[in-house]
Design a protein around this ligand. Structure first.
Ligand SMILES: CCc1ccc([C@H](C)CC(=O)N[C@@H]2O[C@H](CO)[C@@H](O)[C@H](O)[C@H]2O)cc1
Length: 809
């Protein structure tokens, strides 16, 4: 430590207090007397950050000394969640902080309410990235997450009777104490322009961009839990090059024009695209993707060349995971750097590139698989299009050799789609240019091999893998549900389970213990009281996820209407009080999903106002679902709704978080539901509906939703009520789409779903049985830890090993 400049950061309450006060004075420039809550929050954050930065310094030293193989995670989205509570837990300073801020006249809770949640993602894909970087650090694996620092994150959602309204999310409006801007690591990124041949070289070209934008990184610390490792996430924001301000126009009074180029440049990282399943093909989105990729690859190459090793070790020292197709342009970009800038031979460069990348696919929806118009590529990235053409030509030669004369196969597999407007198929480029392709749950990976990417799986079967998703047990149990966490720690004799989640299985023998079960139940009730959105003794039935017709929030709505009818038909019946909680955002341009949100809000208000039904049924829809709200809702849930049409939800991760917190799943054989049911036991899972193959067959055989309308009286009554106009024309529209095409076979699965809900009610009437099922769901969900997911990637795709970081002396 001598001469390292690393200050000894005290562990005692006094020393922590000292640090807090000196940060208030020297870094916040204020005094105890005039300190505001924001002063206290910023100061506490810096004081905690210092302790993580100290570990970061030791981590960097250990990584430099061991010259390891690095994992680089490229993702257009990260849903990191609120930072303060996590960093207090991971730095072990929670109690010290609570004491110290009291002296400033604040409580930790006050300050946690000021904590930022960087909403730099849409949903599952973005949150998975956050859970994986957390587990990479916890498993001591050297890694960097690269992303975009959007000024405006996922929109803030307001829910009224008219449905969803979107407001900009200026998440860092008050600044963000958890990041370290690093302007000295800026990278220049080119766009547009043209290419020029290089005399004597048939593969190398010069690219003369028409526009240059600067990428400025700022990194956030990613501490491991119960270990010393602190990795980083590096987020790029677009800056205009110095020369962009047009002084002559300014002095001519053309102020807007003077800054226009700067605005254009900075627009690249201005806002996150709020779509999570339909590509809109906007040029700015492709610009964002190339911006992320170009900055990150230059940074990765800079870090590699610091060690002066030859290019042949690049793929040994580097594995780059592509989080869906969004960063796939990285493949031709690395080829451009190696061939055009570092003058490697094409074949050698291609060998290195293919060995460096791996691709994770997160969807099965055809409309979510990105394809970009060739003409847009030609304009925006002319050199990359040339490189893609050459990659495709050599690839099709390989296919031709393997399947001679099979022209239809060549057309199907080509990276360039020739139907109609010519388009670059990013998923095909991702498969061709990577060493490994994986789905995110067993069924998903199987369907990828059998459907979307079947030709590629036939050509390269060994390339296709499965890595089932996982979630962070620290954020989604320890931080979200401290009561349950403490009970588990008591039951298992220590907190080891937080780093070894399979140990939850030891809870099985407590499932029959009446006092343990009683405490388990009372914790769930206390969490419901905290949530304060419904009667804590009611069955809390939760559907929390992005709105999409394949996720079938519309099916849940049909259940609500059916319950509404049943209760009105028999007001004195022995009805189980139920609180049905919806939460989630819809992409602003996804009108069918927004209709469902609006209809739910209208139905909720009508039930609330109905004296016969409201004593038994309450529909709540808290707005602006995000990571922080998820942490509040999940511990309070009894029933977890995972009712997507089988074959559509790649995995789901909310299903895992809810099961880990003792919620019992009602669901279809889709995504990771299948693996949850296999592990918690069929008797602890409410199953219904067609499986993926039956669903596909139903569509092939010709599906007539009206058949179910005509042959199911309750379904007909529910649809008639929706269409009756009492819920406005939105009800009519939703009923119309279900009776018209019903893309996701909602009506076909209705009766099975209603019967499963009746099974739910029978189980709920036996509290001991329900609590036992709840405990066993938690006990057998250890597999769904993101630590296990990372261990799978590390062993089967990344081939990396942990690098221990020594404790401070
Ligand atoms: C082009 C627009 C776009 C944007 C995002 C996406 C994501 C892939 C959508 C997404 O978040 N997928 C979800 O990923 C989770 C993590 O693997 C899975 O658990 C979910 O099942 C899957 O829907 C697709 C298309």
């Amino acid at each position: 430590r001598q001469g390292t400049g690393l200050r000894k950061l005290g562990k005692t309450a006094d020393e922590f207090q000292q640090d807090l006060l000196s940060n208030l004075f020297y870094r916040r420039g204020t005094t105890v007397e005039s300190a505001s809550a924001r002063d206290a929050y910023e100061t506490l954050s810096l004081t905690v950050r210092d302790r993580l930065a100290e570990r970061r310094a030791r981590t960097a030293a250990a990584h430099y000394a061991s010259n390891p193989r690095w994992v680089y995670y490229l993702s257009a989205e990260y849903l990191l969640g609120a930072q303060l509570e996590q960093n207090l837990l991971y730095s072990g300073t929670g109690d010290l902080a609570a004491e110290a801020v009291k002296a400033l006249g604040f409580s930790l809770e006050d300050l946690e309410d000021l904590d930022v949640e960087p909403g730099l993602g849409n949903g599952g894909l973005g949150r998975l990235a956050a859970c994986l970087v957390d587990s990479l650090a916890t498993r001591d694996i050297p890694a960097v997450g690269y992303g975009i620092r959007y000024d405006l994150g996922i929109f803030r959602q307001i829910i009224t009777e008219n449905g969803q309204t979107e407001l900009p999310d200026d998440w860092a409006f008050h600044g963000n104490p958890w990041e370290f801007p690093a302007p000295d690591d800026r990278q220049a990124v080119g766009f547009y322009g043209h290419t020029e041949p290089i005399p004597g070289s048939e593969t190398r070209k010069i690219w003369v961009p028409g526009e240059i934008v600067l990428g400025e990184p700022s990194h956030m610390l990613v501490p491991g839990y119960g270990t010393e490792t602190v990795n980083i996430v590096r987020l790029w924001s677009a800056k205009a090059s110095e020369a962009s301000f047009d002084l002559s126009r300014f002095s001519a009074g053309q102020y807007a024009e003077a800054v226009q180029e700067a605005v254009r440049a900075e627009n690249i990282s201005k806002v996150l695209y709020p779509d999570d399943s339909t590509e809109l093909g906007r040029e700015l989105r492709l610009k964002q993707q190339y911006f992320l990729v170009s900055c990150s690859l230059r940074d990765i190459v800079r870090r590699f060349r610091l060690r002066n090793e030859g290019w042949d070790t690049f793929a040994e020292k580097t594995v780059i995971q592509l989080n869906d197709t969004h960063p796939t342009i990285a493949i031709p970009e690395l080829m451009r750097l190696l061939v055009d800038e570092y003058e490697l031979e094409w074949d050698r460069a291609w060998e290195i590139t293919r060995k460096t990348f791996a691709y994770t696919c997160h969807t099965l929806l055809p409309e979510a698989l990105e394809t970009w118009p060739v003409r847009m590529f030609e304009k925006l990235l002319p050199r990359h299009l040339e490189i893609i053409y050459l990659i495709n030509m050599l690839f099709l030669r390989e296919v031709e050799a393997r399947f001679p004369g099979d022209h239809d196969r060549l057309r199907r597999m080509s990276i360039i789609g020739e139907e109609g407007e010519r388009r670059v198929r990013m998923a095909h480029l991702a498969v061709v240019g990577t060493e490994a392709v994986n789905g995110v749950a067993e069924l998903h990976s199987k369907l990828l091999r059998e459907t979307v990417l079947d030709d590629f799986a036939e050509l390269w079967p060994a390339k296709f893998q499965n890595v089932t998703n996982g979630v962070s047990p620290r954020r989604f149990i320890k931080i979200a549900n401290p009561r349950l966490s403490d009970l588990i720690t008591e039951g298992l004799g220590g907190e080891g389970w937080l780093r070894d989640l399979d140990r939850l299985a030891e809870l099985e023998h407590l499932a029959g213990d009446a006092s343990f079960a009683e405490r388990w139940q009372s914790i769930k009730r206390a969490n419901k009281v905290d949530l304060g959105l419904g009667d804590p003794d009611s069955l809390t039935d939760v559907m929390i996820k992005r709105f999409h017709e394949y996720k079938r929030q519309q099916l849940k709505l049909l259940h609500v209407i059916t319950l509404y009818h049943r209760i009105r038909a028999n007001p004195g019946g022995d009805w189980i009080p139920r609180t049905i909680l919806f939460a989630g955002k819809a992409a602003p341009a996804y009108h069918a999903a927004k209709d469902i949100i609006r209809l739910i809000a209208t139905v909720a208000a009508r039930i609330e106002a109905d004296p016969v039904v409201s004593p038994y049924l309450k529909v709540v829809f808290p707005s602006n679902y995000n990571v922080t709200l998820a942490e509040r809702i999940i511990p309070a849930a009894d029933l977890s709704e995972q009712i997507s049409l089988a074959g559509k939800e790649a995995s789901g991760t909310g299903n895992m978080k809810l099961a880990l917190n003792g919620a019992i799943t009602i669901g279809t054989l889709d995504g990771a539901n299948i693996e949850i049911r296999a592990r918690v036991g069929a008797e602890n899972f409410f199953l219904f509906g067609m499986d993926a193959y039956q669903a596909a067959q139903t569509r092939i055989n010709g599906y007539d939703p009206r058949h179910f309308y005509e042959h199911d009286a309750e379904l007909r009554a529910a649809l008639d009520t929706l269409a009756s106009g009492i819920f406005g024309d939105v009800g009519h529209r939703v009923a119309g789409s279900l009776l018209g095409w019903d893309e996701y076979l909602t009506l076909a699965d209705y009766r099975g779903y209603i019967e499963a809900q009746e099974e739910v009610e029978r189980a709920w009437r036996e509290p001991a049985r329900w609590t036992r099922m709840s405990i066993l769901n938690t006990a057998h969900s250890g597999f769904f830890s993101a630590d296990r997911t990372v261990a799978d990637y590390a062993a089967r795709i990344w081939r990396v090993a942990p690098v221990p970081v020594q404790h401070e002396d």
